[in-house]
Ligand binder design. Structure first.
Ligand code: NAD
Length: 484
């Protein structure tokens, strides 16, 4: 097994297919976005290896589906224990390749391990139903069977959480998996499948590909009738493309796509709480989160107080290398993405937005951008509705609750919305009107293993996490049994 050492942690660099690591014909570099330096070289899969991974997943499917629930649960518990022993390896490697502050990597690890633990607890509790046939004379027994070999595609912004959440649900349901990591963050996925291997997941049950040519991978396996499911997390554009491909073969598809989260603060809100939650919801992972606050929508009665306090807190944020002591905001994932942010701020300025803080890239090595706060009057849908994916807070002011709700819903996306008010009864009524898959009431962080995570409209199809997440990988089958 070829491997490399990243910040003192040994990480496999090959492709993991049919229970073994192998080199690729080519390799590609992994770069630390905080320094711009190459930290590893990993195997670069082609369509050929993708088909070999699917061969392995298809061959392992029936035996894996037949595992007794208790045995599968025990294996999940073993994997959870091993993951936990390696917590710091994961945190260090995640910070090295994604740039996020070490404290955030540790938090991501804790949540990811929590998903595995939660799935472990559910594996033995997946039930069917029993009913009388409508006209009598027979019984209806409904069971759930694994959909089958699944392609799991993850993004770079939460490399462990996305891997653990997807693979955990697929494997718990009895599906085998071909995982494809993001090109920017292959090392975390490698540590993850290595841990599953050591825990005892059988050969072929989980496979991992890294690549610089993602379309070659999806083209190779999505036209293959053995593939029964695609679960994708990433941009709406790529998700839409993959849905069209899935349509060709009628492949079951779950899509976790982009977001344009409104963060609504009403006149009766606890402003200090709203400010603290907005800081986390906006600047966590340098704003590169699908559930980040994209439009901070303030009722005019609290706009001045919120803005002043928010600016004071944003000024305190320390930007720097994620390994640095007390760093709050790491780099943007790449130079290319940082250039996009520079252009985005230019577009806001052109529309008359006032830059209250920051607004510029940070000089020196690495792709850093200043925490930025903009006051925006424009309602240009193309600009306001764009996913910022940056440490860029856009503040809007509204005159009424009704205007807040209308503006919140005026989006192509429908992933996460946030609502701050002291009136719980009003919060429920407004939450019902918000066309979003998730609504945080007086909180800016929502991911939880027991909760169904996902969105409406262009934010995707299906849910991850909770029981719904497992059922995304199961298909009902009903038996009609004659009973005299
Ligand atoms: P992206 O769509 O560019 O890439 C996501 C993944 O898809 C990567 O692994 C990439 O290599 C792969 N990919 C790209 N083209 C492909 C193709 N033709 N075939 C197969 N795979 C392909 O997105 P990104 O920029 O890496 O991630 C950011 C996006 O992800 C944002 O829009 C964000 O909102 C979204 N996201 C959504 C969630 C969610 O749960 N809803 C979570 C995290 C990120």
């Amino acid at each position: 097994m070829s491997s490399t050492v990243v910040h003192g942690r040994v990480v496999p660099t090959g492709l993991y297919i049919d229970g073994a690591w192998r080199a690729g014909v080519k390799t590609f570099d992994v770069t630390d976005p905080a320094t711009g330096k190459v930290i590893a070289e990993v195997a670069d899969a082609t369509g050929t290896e993708a088909v070999e991974a699917l061969d392995a997943a298809a061959a392992a499917q029936d035996a894996w589906a037949a595992w007794a629930p208790r045995a599968r649960a025990d294996l999940f518990h073993a994997a959870h224990r091993l993951l936990t022993e390696r917590a710091e390896d994961f945190a260090v490697v995640m910070t090295a390749e994604s740039g996020k502050p070490l404290a955030e990597s540790r938090a991501e690890f804790a949540l990811s391990a929590g998903f595995f633990q939660w799935y472990a607890e559910q594996v033995a509790h997946l039930h069917g139903t029993y009913a009388h046939g409508s006209p009598g004379g027979y019984r209806i027994v409904t069971t759930h069977q694994p959909v089958g070999p699944s392609l799991l595609i993850t993004p770079w912004n939460f490399p462990l959480l996305m891997s653990a959440r997807k693979a955990g649900a697929a494997l718990a349901a009895g599906c085998t998996a071909v995982m494809k990591s993001a090109q920017e963050t292959p090392l975390t996925g490698a540590l993850f499948v290595q841990t599953l291997h050591e825990a005892g997941f059988p050969a072929g049950v989980v496979n991992l590909l890294h690549t610089t040519t993602s379309p070659a991978i999806s083209d190779a396996v999505m036209d293959d009738r053995r593939l029964r499911k695609i679960s994708f997390t990433g941009s709406t554009g790529v998700g839409s493309h993959l849905l069209r491909k899935a349509a060709g073969n009628i492949v079951n598809a779950s899509m976790e796509l982009g977001g344009d989260g409104p963060f609504v603060v009403l006149a009766d809100a606890d402003v200090d709480l709203a400010v603290e939650q907005a800081i986390v919801c906006k600047f966590r992972n340098a704003g590169q989160a699908c559930v980040a606050a994209n439009r901070i929508i303030l009722h005019s009665d609290v706009a001045a107080e919120f803005t002043e306090k928010f600016l004071a807190r944003a000024r305190e944020l320390r930007v720097g290398n994620g390994f640095g002591e007390g760093v709050d905001v790491g780099p943007i994932i790449s130079e290319r993405q940082r250039d996009r942010v520079v252009r985005l701020v230019g577009r806001f300025r052109d529309q008359g937005a006032e830059v209250l803080l920051g607004g510029e890239p940070v000089d020196g090595p690495g792709s850093f951008f200043e925490p930025t706060v903009l006051r925006v009057d424009s309602r240009d849908r193309e600009l306001c509705g764009e996913e910022l994916f940056a440490p860029l807070a856009a503040i809007y002011t509204v005159a009424s609750v009704r205007e807040a709700v209308e503006f919140a819903n005026d989006s192509d996306y429908g992933l996460a919305a946030y609502l701050f008010t002291r009136d719980v009864s009003r919060a429920v009524a407004i939450a019902e009107k918000l066309d979003f898959g998730m609504v945080g009431v007086n909180r800016g962080i929502m991911a939880d293993p027991a909760a169904a995570f996902g969105g409406t409209k262009a934010s995707g199809l299906g849910r991850e996490g909770g029981h719904d997440g497992i059922y995304e990988f199961l298909e009902p089958k009903y038996l009609a049994i004659t009973v005299d």
